[in-house]
Every structure is written in structure tokens, then in C-alpha cells.
Design a protein around this ligand. Structure first.
Ligand code: CP
Ligand code: NVA
Length: 309
């Protein structure tokens, strides 16, 4: 039996492996949009989905992706299993792995999804942790590829908090040869270890990683302007402080006008309209946020087929 393959971080995969998943996703998307059918690649396979936090996109897209591929998925909410509270993570992992073929988990502490993977005999997919959000980054680069026809050499500018979404996007960009700029307030940079890793990947792919504080300078020449909430799940206590420091980093019409006229605007959603992004931009002609959200379904298929077959 070959060793199981978890999907915990973009950093764990080579560019070739990421492209294999993306190509599979594109292929399955083409089939799905043309015929409303996919081959039953995951017939008889079950995915257990463990959520410690709310979700719309991740939950529904994984569930539908499994169904389209002939498999089955079920949801376990925070009240049901009490990961690490009602029962030790190592015990949850070993029990659940006896019932299902793969586990998807959305957690607070990144170490918890790592621990699940350590103990589960089946592959574990990270559906977001406080540190990263690799499934989101796959849908993001898929959307960029569809729009521009390439990912290499794109100038991606993430505006706002150096959070979980920023980390995975930065790593995906660096692996696939896109230039990545983070711009936001001092003290809210992506974690230093994640930046160092990104720089190492970028040295190999020939891309550039920049951390800036001036939004106007950052978006000059941008192909992609990307933003996310200023207050991530679990940071509610910091909301008041964050609301004071982030407003200069709002993605509004003025900021977008400073990028290339061909630039697209992205957001992982859920969006806080009027805060990190204005209605005008979110609903404007450069926004691809709903295509991006729908691509979660297709990207998920590429990931699931990779880890489950
Ligand atoms: N973007 C994203 O992961 O959305 P959900 O929190 O709704 O899953
Ligand atoms: N950074 C956000 C992403 C939500 C999909 C959060 O963690 O709440």
C-alpha cells in the first residue's frame, strides 16, 4: 500500500503536483459544466468533515464534490465531536479513520489538523486553520489561470491582514512563479516563517515576494488585487482594534483604479461589504469573486481525487 497523502499546506507540494491537481480540477469542471456529470472516480468513498468553525463554501463545495464523483460526505459540527474537548484529537482521528476514507477538518489551532493527520490512517485535508487555507489557494490560482491563461509572472497583491488566506496564496504564488505582494498595517504581516518559506520557493520559481505598507505603491502594476476580512474567525476580541488600523487598506474604486486596467479583484468570502471591500468593487466589472467561490467546487475535486485514489 502506498503511503497516504495529506493535504495540509501548499508548501508540502511541488509545482508539478499542484498543477496535476489543477489540471484535474479544470478537466472535471469542463465535464461538469458541459454534461452536468463527472465519472464516478470516488465511487464508494466517504469523506468525514469536521468543523470547529462556521462555513458555507468549504462545507457545501466538499459535500457536492464528493457527490458528483460518486462518493459521500457528512458534516460533524463543533457541538457533535468537541475535537480535543470531549475527546482527545488522537482518539477522534483513530476512530473516524475506521469509518471513512478521508477526513476534512476546519480547526482553530493549526497543530490540531496536523495532529489529526498524524493519527489518522486516512488522508486529512485542511479546510482552514488559523495558520493557512490551502484549499482556498487552489481555487484562487485556478480562477487566475482561467482568467489570464497563466499563473506564472502574474502580479498578485494581497491587501489587508497577513492571515491564513494570505499565507496559502503567498505559497501558491511562490511555487507557481507568480509575484506576490502583501500590503497592510505594520504588525499584521504574514508570519515570518511563512514569508521565509515563500522566499525560498520564489527563489526556485523566479518570482518575487514583497511586504509593503503603502497600498498605492503596492497595487501599481497589479494583475490581481486580493483581500479578505480584517477580523478572522477566532479574532473577535481584537475586532475593535483592527477596525481602527485597517481602513486605509480598504479595496475601493480609488485603489483599484491604481492597478492595471486589466486587473481582477478577488476575495475568498465571506466579505464584509463596506469594510475591506466596497459594494462598488465587489459588484463591479473587475470582480471575479463569485467565479472564485464557485471554483472551490472544482478545485476540491482535484484535491480529493489526488488524496483519495
Ligand atoms: N472561503 C471560505 O472558506 O468560505 P467558508 O468559510 O464559507 O467555507
Ligand atoms: N481569514 C478568514 C477566512 C474565512 C474563509 C477567517 O479565517 O475567518
Amino acid at each position: 500500500m502506498s503511503e497516504k497523502r495529506d493535504f495540509l499546506a501548499i508548501a508540502d507540494f511541488s509545482a508539478a503536483e499542484l498543477w496535476r491537481m489543477l489540471e484535474r480540477a479544470l478537466d472535471l469542471k469542463r465535464q461538469w459544466t458541459t454534461y452536468r456529470r463527472n465519472p464516478p472516480l470516488l465511487a464508494g468513498k466517504a469523506l468525514g468533515m469536521v468543523f470547529q468553525k462556521p462555513s458555507l463554501r468549504t462545507r457545501v463545495s466538499f459535500e457536492m464534490a464528493m457527490q458528483h464523483l460518486g462518493g459521500y460526505a457528512f458534516y460533524l459540527g463543533p457541538q457533535e465531536i468537541g475535537l480535543g474537548k470531549r475527546e482527545a484529537i488522537s482518539d477522534v482521528a483513530r476512530v473516524l479513520a475506521g469509518y471513512v476514507d478521508a477526513i476534512m477538518a476546519r480547526v482553530f489551532d493549526h497543530e490540531h489538523v496536523v495532529e489529526l493527520a498524524r493519527w489518522a490512517e486516512v488522508p486529512v485535508i485542511n479546510g482552514l486553520s488559523d495558520y493557512n487555507h490551502p484549499c482556498q489557494a487552489m481555487a484562487d490560482v485556478l480562477t487566475m489561470y482561467e482568467h489570464f491563461g497563466h499563473v506564472e509572472d502574474l502580479r498578485i497583491v494581497f491587501v489587508g491582514d497577513g492571515n491564513n488566506v494570505a499565507v496559502s496564496l503567498m505559497h501558491a504564488a511562490a511555487k507557481l512563479g507568480a509575484h506576490f505582494t502583501w500590503v497592510g498595517p505594520q504588525g499584521y504581516e504574514p508570519p515570518a516563517d511563512a514569508v521565509a518559506q515563500a522566499r525560498a520557493f520564489a527563489a526556485e520559481s523566479g518570482s518575487e515576494i514583497r511586504l509593503l505598507h503603502d497600498p498605492h505603491e503596492a497595487v501599481r502594476d497589479a494583475d490581481v488585487i486580493y483581500t479578505d476580512t480584517w477580523v478572522s474567525m477566532g479574532q473577535e476580541e481584537e475586532a475593535q482594534k483592527r477596525m481602527q488600523v485597517f481602513p486605509p487598506y480598504q479595496v475601493n474604486a480609488d485603489l483599484v483604479a491604481r492597478a492595471k486596467p486589466t486587473a481582477i479583484v478577488m476575495h475568498c468570502l465571506p466579505a464584509h461589504r463596506g469594510y475591506e471591500i466596497t459594494d462598488e468593487v465587489m459588484d463591479g466589472p473587475q470582480s471575479v469573486v463569485f467565479q472564485q467561490a464557485h471554483n472551490r467546487l472544482h478545485a476540491q475535486k482535484g484535491i480529493l481525487v489526488e488524496v483519495l485514489r
